[in-house]
Design a protein around this ligand. Structure first.
Ligand code: UD1
Ligand code: MG
Length: 456
């Protein structure tokens, strides 16, 4: 098989989105539409992927995709045909097989791309196009066939009025023989509105008497093109269902897929249960036997095995195995909660490490803090980490016992096995196994029995 070159058209203005953000950078299930297309082509085995962009969106798209793709510019949005003309010579060459797809069709599966490529190679057609039947989308081009069933052309939705056309629609994804495309792409005429339609090539191939192969998708939903925010919501719903089904097949229980929002790149372990109103966002990996939700939002975080996250938010953090969080807590970026630790109700934790078995059961704020194993942090603990100008660190040793309503005024440390009394305002370090009481706290002896009790 000769080499495959992929061309993704993404230079259109996307005006129907009515957005400051380029259309193809809008996200569907946590991933930009353009990244869906690039990854789809790569997984289908396309070696080189080129994205056609406009001077207005190239910078932003390049920032997102980096070297995952190569770039071609189309100075003015003169139509899909014009976008492919821009590739002639450098990208589209006579010895390549060229797959062209649209940057706004994020639901096309890698298997569908590779099926289309396979059929194209087998049939040696000049052009093989992807079509679908039964689509509910009104603004797609229709495939025009003659009485023998041969493809004659594509009729855009705007030009279809009053014409007898079947229900077969054009996905906007095609495989071309490189030498045929090289010869013909420059011949695309401007249409009455000044645009050069790529679809004209279908008509051209037919009138030259060439075979035009078609591959029909099993499911019309797959070729959905996102042109406005309404079709984007529909595409998100479809992809969400697809993602949920993938995880259910892999052994994850999803109580209500319709109210569960799992981004495209999330990973979930076997026998985990995801309850409704949960959002598992990009960059998240969940272990086995977890119970997530109801009402969890987890972003860019690693969750170990057998964890529970109930009605809580976890962002850019790591929970080791057997951790439980919530209800109503918020782990902000940079937290590491070690094996068996417990973060209960109404707690905010930021950039902190909670050692194994730490208990932080009831309302409080812990920021920029290191907490040693098995420390018990009482209700209402506040680490006062900000002095109005700078952030400071707090250290709490293993087996420490922090009394309710303690203020730890950072920078400060509480030693191993030390304790604070209820309501203490601690602004000096507490040595190991001592007790800090009062406002401001005084350091006194701590009964050795009490210190030993903590660990239990
Ligand atoms: C196009 C097809 C239509 C097909 C549909 C599938 C044409 C003329 N029509 O219509 O038959 O059913 O896709 O979704 O091809 N683009 C450029 N440069 C341009 C114009 C567009 O790169 O000058 C890019 C856009 O960024 C977009 C893609 O091409 O990613 C498709 O453009 P769009 O305007 O959405 O075409 P459709 O009206 O959807
Ligand atoms: Mg479109």
């Amino acid at each position: 098989m000769s080499d495959w070159v992929g061309v993704i058209l993404a230079a259109g203005e996307g005006r129907r989105m009515n957005s400051k953000t380029p259309k193809v950078l809008h996200r569907v299930c946590g991933k930009s539409m353009i990244a869906h297309a690039v990854h789809g082509l790569r997984q289908a085995g396309v070696e080189r992927v080129f994205v056609v962009l406009s001077p207005h969106n190239i910078e932003a798209v390049r920032d997102t995709l980096g070297d995952e793709a190569e770039y071609v510019t189309q100075p003015q949005p003169l139509g899909t045909g014009h976008a492919v003309m821009r590739c002639a010579g450098q990208v589209v060459t006579p010895d390549a097989n060229v797959l062209v797809t649209m940057g706004d069709a994020p639901l096309i599966r890698p298997d569908t791309f590779s099926g289309l490529m396979g059929r194209h190679v087998e049939s040696r057609a000049s052009l093989t196009l992807l079509s679908a039947r039964g689509s509910e989308q009104q603004d797609l081009g229709k495939v025009l066939r003659d009485n023998n069933g041969s493809v004659r052309g594509i009729v855009e939705a705007a030009d279809a009025e009053g014409r007898e056309l079947g229900d077969e629609v054009n996905a906007g994804t095609y495989c071309f023989d490189g030498s045929w495309l090289t010869e013909n792409v420059g011949r695309i005429p401007a249409s009455s509105n000044g645009e050069y339609y790529l679809t004209w090539l279908v008509e051209a191939a037919a009138s030259q008497g060439n075979t035009i192969e078609t591959v029909e998708t099993e499911n019309a939903e797959e070729i959905m093109g996102v042109n406005d925010r309404i079709s984007m919501a529909a595409a998100s719903t479809a992809m969400r269902r697809r993602i949920a089904e993938k995880w259910m097949r892999a052994g994850v229980t999803i109580i209500d897929p319709a109210s569960t929002y799992i981004d495209a790149d999330v990973v979930i372990g076997q026998d985990s249960v995801i309850h409704p109103d949960s959002h598992l966002q990009a960059g998240t990996a969940i272990g086995e036997d977890c119970v997530i939700g109801p009402g969890a939002l987890i972003r860019a975080s690693v969750i170990g095995h057998r964890c529970r996250v109930l009605l809580s938010v976890v962002v850019e953090s790591t929970l080791e195995d057997d951790v439980d969080v919530g209800p109503y807590s918020h782990l902000r970026p940079g937290c590491r909660v070690e094996v068996g630790a417990h973060v209960g109700n109404f707690v905010e934790v930021k950039a902190s490490r909670l050692g194994r078995g730490v208990k932080l059961g009831h309302f409080g704020y812990v920021g920029d803090t290191e907490v040693g194993e098995n420390a018990n942090l009482g209700a209402g603990l506040v680490t006062c980490n900000f002095d109005g100008a700078r952030k400071h660190k707090t250290k709490i040793g293993e087996d420490a016992f922090i009394g309710s309503d303690t203020m730890l005024v950072a920078p400060v440390s509480v030693g191993k096995g030390a304790a604070t009394g209820a309501g203490a305002v601690v602004n000096k370090d507490v040595p190991p196994y001592r007790l800090a009481v009062g406002v401001p706290a005084k350091i006194i002896e701590r009964s050795p029995d009490k210190a030993a009790d903590n660990a239990t």
